[in-house]
Design a protein around this ligand. Structure first.
Ligand code: MN
Length: 730
């Protein structure tokens, strides 16, 4: 077929369903595209214009779309592949057509990498969201269909890559939009390249049994036909063998051979009215024995993509089961062409206004809530796309953010350490301000620095996601608390010195609870925070404590005086320090079983507390471990003990360090160099990549004491790209 003939066929096809189409415009779109692509060749050696013509043919034949869509299909590669610009197309045709072409080009530019399911679903949603006008995705699917049909000219790697993409992105989108025929063809074509052996096996086996199967189809069809004619029900019935990919999937998932596949055959009965659908169902169940549990009424409850039909599976006379689908002609058209059919009905109605354009999307999404979980499992999490924006990390992962999101939201979505150390952002390789609003398909990159000052108060107003805002709020609370505690402690200590009191008197376990009661704080830390914040003063704290301390001292003296000599405590020699277990001295208990908590892995030098476990001795926590928080200690009074480090600590203690850093070459090498330079024994290293090229590394190490710990953390902090070094707890 010559190019000219192919064009004539296109006009004829369009005329067949839309005689009022704008043929002058369609012809000039063809001629303009032909001029733009002049000299370009396809891999097959044919002139390039063959491709846009074929895509327009699919758009017309399979989807029966409007004139604008036909023109856009003809022009779909001119902006991407020729010097023509958006302005050119807008001027020569219309701004709408230019937008359609630009939309298709944008989808073409997206780079896919195979990812886990959730990522693929995000990608599909992103494509639909980016399309804005649904015609863009319909043209893009047609483009892909033609490329798949002519895939034999591509290299084997390209064939595999495109087939995988088609299977994971375009076939599911076609299904979502209700275009079954295109979905089947895309799946079969992809399978051919993804598993040529499996595909050939099915095709060969089906061919070998063709006569037997055809005879069965004809016999059964005649049987149904005769019976329905007898009853005077106007109808059309036809049978088919299911498409290769659907058979392939069943063989695979049920581990069965082709002969064992339950329903290889499907019959379809088309009738005029909904009432007749149920009449036909009764007749079918009368002729054949229905298989229990296989009847589905998608007329009463239509599928989210608008699909309506009755499905039943019955046992044929020869013991071959088969499926029967019963529906009206109108339901059939929607089933075959999906959204495109809705589109067509709209077009013939009073004007296809922009409102109608998006109506179906809304419907699609609204319907997803009651959807068949198995088939729509992925889409259950979908909100309205209008509320979301889908952007790429530099690695090609899709981040799903609320509409209006900024680089701040993006950074905190990746990791709070990334947000807290953000110093700049790039969108599509250009530096942007922090309040830059992200658009679908943007590639976002966050620049970080260890010297970053952290978030500013303004960020709370700029951030759109509650996640980012709460992480920023956390940062302020935490930063402030640490500052406050440090400030409060130093003024308290100064004041204490003034009054001639020592810290030891205050922290004495017999005194401390009473002193805290006097100042009404749960812990010293809480009191420091309050002093630092200005809610309490060091002077007040000290004066109240001073009074209480004097009273306590008097009381102790009085108690000693009133003791009778025989009741006086027998002086005990100081407890030998060597009685410690694993380097830990437990107040009041000798030789008790001691173990170190796994949550905070204390090392000598850390402030520690002990907890009497049920049956496993005393478990030692860091004093700042959330599991030993003051509330907990108060709630389980009596089980918490004072413990201290003895002088004969073990040679080393197992502990854990978390490192958050920008992922890069040789990172692990640098970390291990740092560890070996501090003579650290590493028992485990676990690295996990987050999106946007960050790595979270958990180090299981053995250290002697807090000093060595500090040295290690300092060394790690000096490694380039490291944002945060912490000791996990809790
Ligand atoms: Mn193309």
């Amino acid at each position: 077929m010559t190019v000219q003939e192919q064009y004539e066929l296109l006009e004829k096809t369009v005329r067949g369903y839309n005689p009022a189409a704008d043929f002058d415009h369609i012809r000039s779109a063809f001629e303009y595209a032909d001029r733009c692509h002049a000299g370009q060749k396809r891999k097959s050696g044919e002139p390039y214009i063959i491709h846009p013509l074929a895509v327009a043919q699919i758009v017309a034949e399979e989807l029966k779309l409007d004139s604008e869509s036909i023109e856009a299909a003809l022009l779909h590669d001119v902006i991407e592949d020729t010097p023509a610009t958006h302005e050119d197309v807008a001027r020569l045709f219309s701004p709408t057509i230019a937008d359609l072409v630009e939309g298709v080009s944008k989808l073409t530019r997206i780079q896919y990498a195979t990812k886990e399911d959730e990522q693929m679903e995000n990608l599909r949603k992103m494509l639909i969201a980016m399309s804005k006008d649904i015609r863009v995705i319909l043209i893009k699917v047609s483009d892909r269909l033609h490329n798949m049909r002519t895939m034999e000219y591509q290299s084997p790697e390209k064939q595999k890559q495109k087939s995988l993409e088609t299977m994971e992105i375009y076939a599911p989108i076609s299904h979502r939009l209700g275009m079954q025929r295109i979905k089947w063809e895309l799946e079969d074509l992809s399978l051919k390249y993804l598993d040529p052996v499996g595909y050939d096996e099915i095709i060969t086996r089906l061919d070998a049994k063709k006569e037997e199967y055809d005879a069965f189809l004809l016999r059964t069809q005649t049987q149904m036909d005769d019976r329905l004619n007898e009853l005077g029900i106007r109808h059309m019935v036809y049978g088919r063998i299911k498409h290769p990919y659907s058979i392939y999937r069943k063989m695979f998932s049920q581990q069965k051979s082709l002969d064992e596949i339950f329903d290889l055959f499907a019959f379809r009965v088309l009738v005029d009215t909904v009432g007749d659908c149920y009449n036909v169902l009764g007749v079918i169940h009368d002729i054949y024995k229905p298989i229990p549990g296989r009847f589905k009424d998608y007329i009463g409850t239509e599928k989210p993509n608008g699909y309506q039909s009755l499905h039943t599976t019955v046992m044929g006379p020869d013991g071959l089961p088969f499926e029967v689908q019963i529906r009206t002609y109108k339901m059939h058209e929607i089933a075959e062409y999906g959204v495109a059919a809705h589109w067509k009905y709209k077009q013939h109605g009073q004007g296809a206004g922009t409102e109608g354009k998006y109506e179906w999307v809304r419907r699609l999404l609204e319907n997803q809530e009651g959807a068949d979980a198995e088939e729509y499992i992925h889409s259950l999490k979908v909100d309205m796309f209008a509320d979301q924006v889908f952007v790429f990390t530099p690695n090609g992962d899709v981040q799903n953010l609320p509409a209006g999101a900024t680089p701040i939201d993006f950074a905190y979505a990746i990791h709070s350490a990334v947000g807290n150390s953000m110093v700049g952002a790039k969108v599509n390789n250009r530096i942007v301000t922090f309040d830059h609003v992200l658009k679908n398909g943007d590639i976002v990159e966050i620049m970080t620095s260890k010297a970053a000052k952290g978030p500013s108060r303004d960020w709370m107003k700029i951030a759109k996601s509650s996640e980012a805002r709460s992480k920023i709020r956390q940062w302020f609370k935490k930063e402030k608390r640490e500052e406050n505690i440090a400030g409060g402690r130093s003024s308290f200590e100064q004041e204490l010195k003034h009054a001639g009191l020592s810290m030891r008197d205050v922290t004495d376990p017999e005194n401390l609870p009473l002193l805290l009661k006097k100042v009404t704080y749960g812990s010293l830390e809480e009191m420091y925070a309050a002093i630092g914040y200005g809610g309490f003063t060091a002077q007040k704290a000290v004066s109240r404590m001073k009074g209480e301390l004097l009273r306590l001292n008097r009381q102790h003296q009085a108690e000693e005086l009133t003791l009778k000599p025989e009741e006086a405590p027998i002086p005990v020699p100081p407890r030998p320090v060597s009685k410690s277990e694993q380097g830990i001295i437990v107040e009041g208990l000798d030789n008790c079983l001691v173990k170190f908590s796994r949550c905070c892995t204390p090392v000598p030098g850390d402030e520690i507390v002990g907890f009497i476990t049920r049956g496993y001795g005393v478990s030692v926590h860091r004093a700042d471990c959330p599991n030993a928080a003051p509330e907990r200690r108060a709630a389980q009074e009596g089980r918490w003990l004072k413990v201290t480090w003895g002088s004969d600590t073990n040679e080393s203690y197992p502990t854990t360090i978390d490192v958050v850093c920008k992922d890069r070459m040789n990172l692990i090498l640098d970390i291990s160099t740092a560890l070996s330079s501090t003579n650290t024994f590493v028992s485990g290293l676990n690295s996990r990549s987050t999106e946007d090229g960050f790595a979270v590394i958990r180090l299981e190490i053995r250290v002697r004491d807090g000093a060595q710990m500090k040295a290690i953390m300092n060394k790690l902090n000096q490694i380039s790209g490291v944002l945060q070094v912490t000791r996990p707890a809790g």
